[in-house]
Design a protein around this ligand. Sequence first.
Ligand code: PAF
Length: 284
Amino acid sequence: MQVLSTKSEFREHLETVRALGRTVGLVPTMGALHEGHLSLLRAAANDCDVVALTIFVNPLQFGAGEDLDAYPRPLERDLELAEEAGADVVFTPTTSEMYPGLTLTNVHVDRLTSSMEGASRPTHFDGVTTVVTKLFNIAGPCRAYFGEKDFQQLAVVRRMAADLDQPVEIVGCPIVRETDGLAMSSRNVYLASAEREAATVINRALRAGAAMIEAGESDPSVIEAHMASIIEAEPLAALDYAAVVNPESLLTPDHLVSGTTVRLLMVAQVGTPRLLDNLGVDVP
Ligand code: PAF
């Protein structure tokens, strides 16, 4: 496995790979790899000839007062895990390599970024779409793998790639969970033990929302209120949002329509971290 830290080395490496007729699977991450990331690497290894992992904690997507400085950066361990999961090349740029001077350009996706994470973290998605565009431009034509845990991010990146004709096929991969249902996240390391137990309330609330839909409830506001009440009953958790949305537009429908699929999204703060989770539900 090669570890490259400059844009030109990474770009040239992948150009050579494609010139040999081999396909590239790109897995953009901020490191602190867990099973969720490793599942993306394995999916890329299954579909593509060469797997390229990027590890870059992108300052642009952190707001003031968020955990940029504290964000875990266990690089040695990440490299070991990445190699075991099938990565062939890893791009680990410094911040000054990625952003050598003042950046006057950013990439903004409209509408999909205004609600949920966008409402709570107003500059977040511009930071994500700007760095992901830069990574796509450096990597060149490829398939790029993103986890469904960040469901809104996946929808935003898909739309960006389509709208801007980026030569990248976006592949969404299922959420990987701990045995008690908690979605895996690099931020789970911040949870103290009582908080770790309390955090399972998020997945329980999502499953309760899904059960309501499966039992015939078709009013999104009733389902959202029910999911919210489950979080509110857990003293260590503070609800940010509970939403029932169309998986592409991310808008909340007036009524759920039989035969469609909706996505339930929730975020709650448990101790320090904000924890995200979501679930797809077929409306009976
Ligand atoms: O999902 C993440 O880890 C980040 O938002 C991403 C896509 C790597 C961009 O920095």
